[in-house]
Design a protein. Structure first.
Length: 92
């Protein structure tokens, strides 16, 4: 399999990185100023609910807001955190 290279300039230095899916492995999204995203399956697993529940909540308008990436939904960790906070029970 051929590996194509793309030059990316960061400040004064020039790095040549391979362009293929594996270049994302180990990428530190925080260094790039990007927030971690999770898919529907990951969100469902985190919340302990079936995947269908996430889709049902979206239809009802009660799910955390999401990004559409092609046909996939991605949820920002901060949006999930905010959404959960609105569902926190009041002190008794």
């Amino acid at each position: 399999m051929a590996i194509h290279h793309q030059s990316i300039t960061f400040g004064a230095s020039l790095w040549s990185l391979p362009v293929r899916g594996s270049h994302l492995v180990g990428m530190n999204t925080h260094e790039l100023g990007l927030e971690p995203l999770m898919g529907v399956e990951e969100l469902a697993e985190y919340l302990g609910v079936p995947v269908q529940t996430i889709y049902d909540w979206r239809v009802a308008g009660t799910a955390p807001r999401a990004f559409k990436c092609g046909k996939r939904l991605k949820f920002a960790v901060s949006d999930v955190r905010s959404w959960l906070e609105t569902r926190h029970e009041a002190d008794r």
